[in-house]
Design a protein around this ligand. Structure first.
Ligand code: PMP
Ligand code: GLU
Length: 397
């Protein structure tokens, strides 16, 4: 009998991955789909990083490493945290994993007991809720709409804390909204965290370098909560290395040790060659990332301009990451004569079928009044996608 465990039956499929799969299937059938669904840089991994990996293969760096990553790599990551974020982590406090996704999973599975509450500002990144469910925790959502630039206030945060609250998970720059918390905004949240010694912040800073407001602000910078923050980062976005599968965390030592133990039973260390590549990325001058970030900014501005010509797409101005998350409620109740649009999910399906543009419904990020699309693709493709969307949306009356 085909009977799966309750744990997997309760888990939803990742919507970003599902939409990417759908558009690949349509492409395989010869349909010219433009995929703005999966968020990943369309740039190439830097040459210096690729060379380091080739060298590692030839030098037979092909054995299991320390579960948390080989020590020189962790030292280089500790230096990166100091250099870029002014954070003090020792190599023992760093755990390298198979993508930031695994770092997040490690932290949630090591800290959350059944029934523990985890605060998640919404819109949130797609996998947070499912990871909490895997740990049998209880997600507590704080809504932050477009009118507050999708950022929660300290008052909202404080009001959501109960005696069962164990963690808060958020990303800055934020996927899906591109919102970036300022130092003052983070400090206001930190001052609340400091009042609850059992509360941990899982700070997802994977878009650190895709930031158009200047310097990145890390949650762990505040001395009063340093021991309550787990900082997650990785190479997928800043170094265009999504497929290499390397992420890492800086954490209090006891949390890092627990994650090492967890990982030691599930995956062991990530790929030794990918670790060498990551080491080279950590040693690179960060100014090397600027041209890619500038391209993203140019594309953001291009899309902002194109969106102005489409009635009913209400957007913020994203300050980081590479997504737009427009409010699309204007189209609810409208129809092309066949389909009535009720929510972001209907609109995403309509745009896939009618305009062959793949994006992700806002429901995946906690609010189906929105849709998300990535602008990590060429200007030509973005222009074509927005032109197609404009035409298809104009048919909704
Ligand atoms: N956090 C956020 C906010 C993301 O957008 C992503 C997407 N890649 C991840 C974590 C996971 O990244 P990785 O490729 O390192 O697993
Ligand atoms: N982070 C990307 C996104 O949100 C990749 C997808 C994923 O890892 O789920 O689209």
């Amino acid at each position: 009998m085909e009977k799966l465990a309750d744990r997997i039956n309760k888990l939803s499929e990742s919507q970003t991955i599902a939409m990417a799969r759908k558009s690949r299937e349509l492409k395989a059938k010869g349909i010219d789909v433009i995929s703005l669904s999966l968020g990943e840089p369309d740039f190439h991994t830097p040459q210096i990083v690729k060379d380091a990996a080739k060298k590692a293969i030839d030098a037979d760096f092909s054995y299991y490493t320390h579960v948390s990553g080989y020590v020189e790599l962790r030292e280089a990551i500790a230096k990166k945290f100091k250099r870029d974020n002014n954070l003090d982590y020792t190599a023992e406090q760093i755990v390298v994993s198979t993508g930031a996704k695994q770092s997040l999973a490690n932290a949630v599975l090591c800290l959350i007991n059944p029934g523990d509450e985890v605060i998640v500002p919404s819109p949130y990144w797609v996998s947070y809720i499912e990871l909490i469910k895997l740990a049998e925790g209880v997600p507590v959502i704080i809504k932050a709409g477009i009118e507050q630039d999708f950022k929660i206030t300290a008052t909202q945060f404080k009001a959501a804390i109960t005696s069962k609250t164990r963690m808060m998970i958020f990303s800055t720059p934020c996927n899906p909204t591109g919102s970036v918390y300022s130092k003052e905004e983070l400090k206001a949240l930190a001052d609340i965290v400091a009042q609850y010694p059992n509360l941990f912040v899982l700070s997802d800073e994977i878009y650190e370098h895709i930031n158009y407001v200047g310097g990145h602000e890390s949650m762990a910078q505040f001395d009063n909560i340093r021991d309550q923050v787990i900082t997650v980062n990785g190479v997928s976005k800043a170094y265009a290395m999504t497929g290499w599968r390397v992420g890492f965390m800086g954490a209090p030592l006891w949390v890092a040790k627990a994650c090492d133990k967890m990982q030691g039973q599930i995956t062991s260390a990530t790929c030794s060659i990918a670790q060498k590549a990551t080491h080279a990325a950590m040693l690179m001058d960060v100014s090397g990332i600027a041209p890619m970030r500038d391209q993203f900014r140019k594309r953001r501005d291009l899309v902002l301009g194109l969106m102005k010509e489409i009635p009913g797409l209400k957007t913020n101005i994203p300050q980081g990451a590479f997504y737009f998350f427009p409010d699309v409620t204007y189209y609810f109740g409208k129809s092309d004569g066949k389909t009535v649009i009720r929510n972001g999910t209907d609109l995403s399906e309509y745009l896939l079928e009618k305009a062959y543009v793949a994006l992700v419904p806002g429901a995946a990020f906690g609010d189906d009044n929105y849709i998300r699309f990535s602008y990590a693709t060429s200007e030509d493709k973005l222009t074509e996608a927005l032109t197609r969307m404009k035409k298809a949306l104009a048919e909704l009356k």
